[in-house]
Design a protein around this ligand. Structure first.
Ligand code: PLP
Length: 406
């Protein structure tokens, strides 16, 4: 069992200072820092084992292809997917959901068909569906969380009607930290024959994911939030949905044969992976999964649960702080504003002077901001290397903010 000090030593960037203060990195919801194991894997891939994949017959191409393809199995195991054939490599959740919108939904949906989604979705799980609304006349049907920020599965189930063709739902809100019971959502949707896409961009970082148990049709994840390189990621697609999908992008690697008047596609999942991929990014993603599995999800969950409870008790002690989302079981993600005081951007600027990195803005979740009645919040999102001392540093910096702005 490792302690957090030893874990922090694995992340070189955490020892730096910002504005003369120790860095307190609480912007993990946007992107997480990388452990030495990931940095080493990236450097090794480029300095010793780099070549393009799938094409060459020479040694380096074989090694590179082997390292790159090995990650598919790691992602499948990490997500509890029934087989690695359902794992399509992406640059992140945004690309995964766009692939589904263009490759599966666009050719199948028409005017009046409904997509059920929540107002808690990230824009990555909203805008691709707006494309279908604009181009095909698809109707977006919105579900709202309750006053605590909870989104009970039955609210989503009740929104499913005869015209519903898809439920597209987050597993964990990037703003409120709310966890959605996606297994219950899938079970309700399945009874009505409706496929479910789950945005797992945040959930896979904080919860064990078992796709065999959840029973969804699509599950998208983002590598850079999982301590892997930027532009790494994957989407799992069930065999049934994959058989219905058309390729979204065309080019090299996704084809078997191209003639002047015909084209034959490669087998899935490569059918959906056109062009030279993020070879080293995915190799780094594999190293990140190894790192997370080395720590163990139970260790991460217990550590983050303690951090969440401590942060909640400290933030609740600030009676001028408005925290959004009171779900009892939420992840260690806190969104807040200061009563009658500065804009979220001003708060984050003051925090930054103290070395505390948080995100300020609408967090790519404007329908949720509208629902909450605020244009923007500050968000402190914790990761596996954060400490209770960093919660104290956040509170101290917030007190300074309050003194400055009130
Ligand atoms: N979905 C959620 C819930 C997110 O938090 C994010 C990123 O913040 C995304 C999707 C998009 O991820 P990416 O930009 O890496 O594709």
């Amino acid at each position: 069992m490792r302690d957090v000090a030893a874990v922090r030593a694995d992340f070189p960037i955490l020892s730096r200072e910002v504005n003369g203060n120790p860095l307190v990195y609480l912007d993990n919801g946007a992107s997480a820092q990388k452990p030495r194991a990931v940095l080493d894997a990236v450097i090794r891939a480029y300095s010793e084992e780099y070549s393009n994949v799938h094409r060459g017959l020479h040694h380096l191409s074989s090694v590179s292809t082997e390292n790159y393809e090995a990650v598919r199995g790691k992602i499948a195991k990490f997500l509890g997917a029934p087989s690695e054939d359902g794992i399509v490599y992406t640059t992140g959740t945004t690309m995964g959901i766009n692939l589904v919108a263009y490759g599966w939904a666009m050719p199948r949906f028409g005017a009046g068909d409904e997509i059920v989604l929540s107002v808690m979705e990230h824009h990555a799980n909203i805008v691709p569906w707006h494309f279908l609304r604009e181009r095909l006349g698809v109707v977006l049907k919105w579900v709202e969380p309750d006053a605590n920020g909870d989104l009970p599965a039955d609210r989503i189930a009740e929104a499913i009607g005869p015209a519903t063709r898809l439920v597209a739902i987050t597993h964990l809100s990037n703003v409120l930290g709310t966890v959605v019971d996606v297994k219950a959502v899938c079970s309700a949707a399945r009874k009505r024959g409706v496929p479910v896409l789950v945005d797992g961009s945040q959930a896979a970082v904080h919860l064990p994911v078992d796709l065999s148990d959840i029973g969804c049709d699509f599950y998208a994840v983002t590598g850079h939030k999982l301590y892997g390189p930027s532009a790494s990621g994957a989407i799992w697609i069930s065999a049934e949905r994959m058989a219905e999908m058309r390729p979204f992008m065309g080019g090299g690697d996704m084809i078997r044969e191209v003639r002047r008047d015909s084209v034959a596609y490669n087998d899935p999942p490569m059918k959906f992976e056109a062009g030279t991929p993020g070879i080293v990014q995915q190799i780094g993603f594999g190293a990140a999964i190894d790192y997370i599995e080395g720590l163990g999800m139970p260790w991460i969950m217990e550590h983050e649960r303690r951090l969440r409870d401590y942060a909640r008790s400290r933030l609740d002690g600030l009676n001028w702080l408005n925290t959004q989302g009171r779900s009892a079981d939420k992840a260690a993600i806190f969104s807040f504003t200061i009563d009658g005081a500065a804009h979220a951007h001003d708060i984050s600027t003051v925090l930054d002077r103290k070395g505390v990195a948080v995100r300020a803005g609408h967090h790519c979740a404007q329908p949720l901001m509208d629902h909450l009645g605020t244009p923007a919040t500050c968000r402190a999102s914790f990761g596996l290397y954060n400490t209770e001392g960093e919660v104290d540093a956040l509170v101290e910096a917030l007190e300074l903010c309050h003194d400055l702005f009130s």
